[in-house]
Design a protein around this ligand. Structure first.
Ligand SMILES: CCCCCCCCCCCC(=O)SCCNC(=O)CCNC(=O)[C@H](O)C(C)(C)COP(=O)(O)OP(=O)(O)OC[C@H]1O[C@@H](n2cnc3c(N)ncnc32)[C@H](O)[C@@H]1OP(=O)(O)O
Length: 203
């Protein structure tokens, strides 16, 4: 019976499960976004905590994925949901892309920031994901891990505003994939990133 559950949960989710999952995560992150901007009221927040604990209990009734599942985060057959689906990073709307670059838009909601601008760590999280997509894309093939990621913060990134991002392969040298990216608000450069992704040794 345990093996059957293991096999079931390790397969890729169906379209219905994927939609239901995304809707549940959307609801959860809307709560975090709301919590980021409200003036607190202890009574209301205590009621919210009780209701959220019931939600958590419902989720605890589901089996968990086995820990040894390893697949590229965005691979279609991955039984795990990708970082944006899990609410870990804001969704990156891809407008154009070929084998070596991506162009798209991203908007950071209030949970990713302080009062008016995006948290530097959230920008770094986003770049790791966006550059990682290109590092693990069709030019390079296979899985590669982030070895380093350098961010230059050039100007404040506003919250709740559409930002434009471009990511491209700078160089490939054996197992090493050097990737760069930039994020702009209109014509203004917000941040630049460069990173190295290293593919595993082949025996
Ligand atoms: C469509 C699908 C989308 C899929 C989209 C997926 C998106 C998500 C992507 C997110 C990925 C992550 O965040 S992964 C999580 C964060 N990263 C990690 O946890 C990685 C932890 N680190 C490691 O596992 C390891 O250090 C590795 C794999 C990075 C490298 O180890 P290794 O394989 O043993 O390689 P090693 O021999 O050390 O180095 C190989 C070469 O790289 C160089 N090198 C290694 N590290 C560095 C470094 N920090 N800075 C400079 N150079 C380095 C070495 O000098 C060497 O150069 P030379 O002498 O050959 O010239």
């Amino acid at each position: 019976m345990m093996e059957r559950i293991h096999a079931m949960v390790a397969s890729a989710p169906t379209a219905l499960e994927r939609r239901a999952y995304r809707n549940a995560v959307d609801a959860a992150v809307r709560i975090l976004d709301r919590l980021a901007v409200i003036e607190p009221d202890a009574d209301t927040l205590r009621k919210c905590e009780r209701a959220l604990t019931q939600v958590e209990d419902a989720l605890r009734s589901l089996p968990t994925l086995p820990e040894d599942v390893e697949a590229p985060a965005h691979a279609p057959g991955n039984p795990r949901f990708n970082p944006a689906e899990r609410g870990l990073v804001p969704a990156f709307a891809i407008d154009a892309g070929d084998t070596g670059q991506l162009v798209g838009r991203v908007q950071f909601s209030p949970r990713f920031g302080g009062t008016a601008s995006v948290h530097g760590g959230a920008l770094s999280l986003f770049f790791d994901d966006a550059l990682g997509m290109v590092a693990n894309g069709s030019v390079t093939g296979g899985v590669a891990r982030t070895a380093f990621l350098r961010i230059d913060y050039r100007s404040l990134a506003p919250l709740d505003v559409e930002l434009h991002c471009r990511v491209w392969i700078e160089a490939v040298d054996g197992r090493k994939r050097f990737i760069r990216g930039e994020l702009c608000h209109g014509d203004r450069l917000v941040a630049e990133a460069e990173g190295l992704w290293v593919a595993p040794r082949t025996r």
